[in-house]
Design a protein around this ligand. Sequence first.
Ligand SMILES: Cc1cc2nc3c(=O)[nH]c(=O)nc-3n(C[C@H](O)[C@H](O)[C@H](O)COP(=O)(O)OP(=O)(O)OC[C@H]3O[C@@H](n4cnc5c(N)ncnc54)[C@H](O)[C@@H]3O)c2cc1C
Ligand SMILES: Cc1ncc(C[n+]2csc(CCOP(=O)(O)OP(=O)(O)O)c2C)c(N)n1
Length: 574
Amino acid sequence: MAKRVADVLVDTLARHGVERIYGVAGDSLNGVTDSIRGRESMRWLHARHEEAAAFAAGAEAHLTGKLAVCAGSCGPGNLHLINGLYDCHRSRVPVLAIAAQIPSHEIGTGYFQETDPAHLFAQCSHYYGLVSQPDHMPRLLEIAVQTALSRRGVAVLGLPGDIALRDAPEVVPSRALPEPTSDLCPSDVEVSALGTMLNGAQKITILGGAGCAGAHAELVELAGKLKAPIVHAMRGKEFIEYDNPFDVGMTGLIGFSSGYHAMMNCDALLMLGTDFPYRQFLPSKATIAQVDIRGDQLGRRTRLDHGLIGDVKATLRALLPKLTQHADDWHLKASLEHYQKARKELDDLAVGEPGKKPIHPQYVARMVDELAASDAIFSCDVGTPTVWAARYLTMNGRRRLLGSFNHGSMANALPQAIGAQASHPGRQVISLSGDGGLAMLLGDLLTLRQLDLPVKIVVFRNDALAFVELEMKAAGFLDFATNLRNPDFAKMAQGAGLLGLTAETPEQVRPMIAEALAHDGPALVEVLVARQELSMPPTITLEQISGFSLFMLRAVLSGRGDEVVDLAKVNLFR
Ligand SMILES: Cc1cc2nc3c(=O)[nH]c(=O)nc-3n(C[C@H](O)[C@H](O)[C@H](O)COP(=O)(O)OP(=O)(O)OC[C@H]3O[C@@H](n4cnc5c(N)ncnc54)[C@H](O)[C@@H]3O)c2cc1C
Ligand SMILES: Cc1ncc(C[n+]2csc(CCOP(=O)(O)OP(=O)(O)O)c2C)c(N)n1
């Protein structure tokens, strides 16, 4: 029997190593789902919302580095994919979205469910191709796959339902190309100039990001030679922080004061594989060098003295022999001491005394960290769970951390955990969820039973959109529109076939998290945590700060509220 276009699509994806497609079925997708039905080598992973399917595919792509696929039916099914796809695209993970389309002969007539995917996906993809005749398949698909992999991001394939069901012409499939890799190294002249600058600098700080993945050994050797503290950006945490005697924490609003000061006190800053977005936290007087594999990333956040296009690992390998051993370790020592102090202060907040309410969220995060497997995969919701993950989860080179760090969308943690668990069945997967975030894509709690995914969810229930509440306070607004009247999440979880537990006192936290982690199946632990844990510095009153948005403040949100707000001090108190 002749193959249909949908069969060629699924065959081609399988040849590229794709094992599953996340999505929600629909008329226009019938050809695709029917082609998957009965196959051993391809699974249809039924989500309850297409946004969750896109987040899940993004998580899989982040963890494996390989292509992951999601699908939505025409019109609304496509539209629902978009927020998740934005996240994938901004995180630069290779995801293919199959956007089913209305019947080909109706396109342009304002037909039932008609949208224009070329417009809709333009900002969150590198490529959109519409399969408008059978012999477009597999060619357009192969272009889409190649684009997603080589440019790291989203590619979208529009496929009208009727074309998917047509007979496909005989084609000789092209070979699935090997995973593109790059050892891109800047020219010797550029590397030498960077070496000369670093050899002459006194107080050097390294800011590393996600682009340092795979370059841990080179990074540590570099810091040793330069006697330089290493600050990491959020997406670099999982690749930089562990086994690293030079790490002084993260910088940024939710970072460590030590990371902040190491950046501000240096006279040379070396940015490696990072697109850390908050300019207020970059030094204004230091000499700055940046290495990034994408030329268009250079100088995006700050003026540069040296901008090198290159892979971090390859560039450092070329740079290291050109560096002289620095002897003066004053800056490094001061930064490390500051880090120890900041770390201790944060650790002191992560306590839970029996019978003493409220439960501090820091304590919950610390318990998760202590009890989780050494190769656990964590996801954290945008909101305060991102803060707790940044500060209390310990990475070790095997653990992984997912979040919506660049796109900053709520409700990411549960669907990302779904993608992580589906693609890594043997691993422990833990979602640190906000009560607002969980509720936003709550339907996909049902997916855990639907797909039998033993994901563990820890809900930081503070009955508020707490992170926004804090931003409002800092900007001088009265809290409004942030209150949440929550359901009993544990009972809801039970109703959905999960183990559901509620921790109301500190002494319940550890045993309940342990019980959930040991449970053979999906589990949810709802923890009633304190609502306002991150205080603003006491030296500054709300009136004084009025009109300043939190993200304009050049300061670290210290848990104790004792960190000075530099920018506010400079601008408001002179
Ligand atoms: C509520 C909230 C609060 C946040 N607060 C903070 C905060 O206080 N501090 C903070 O750091 N982040 C914070 N973030 C996250 C922040 O928005 C950014 O996502 C993060 O700083 C980016 O980290 P990154 O630079 O490691 O990754 P990316 O932004 O992904 O940048 C990675 C860079 O590396 C390059 N690259 C990739 N591979 C290579 C390679 N092999 N060689 C060379 N270059 C390569 C890429 O081209 C890119 O430019 C927050 C997020 C949320 C949601
Ligand atoms: C889709 C989306 N809507 C709104 C926001 C703005 N926002 C950022 S954090 C946040 C609060 C998150 O609340 P919750 O999940 O309960 O976490 P909490 O901060 O309370 O711990 C909101 C509304 C966003 N980032 N994404």
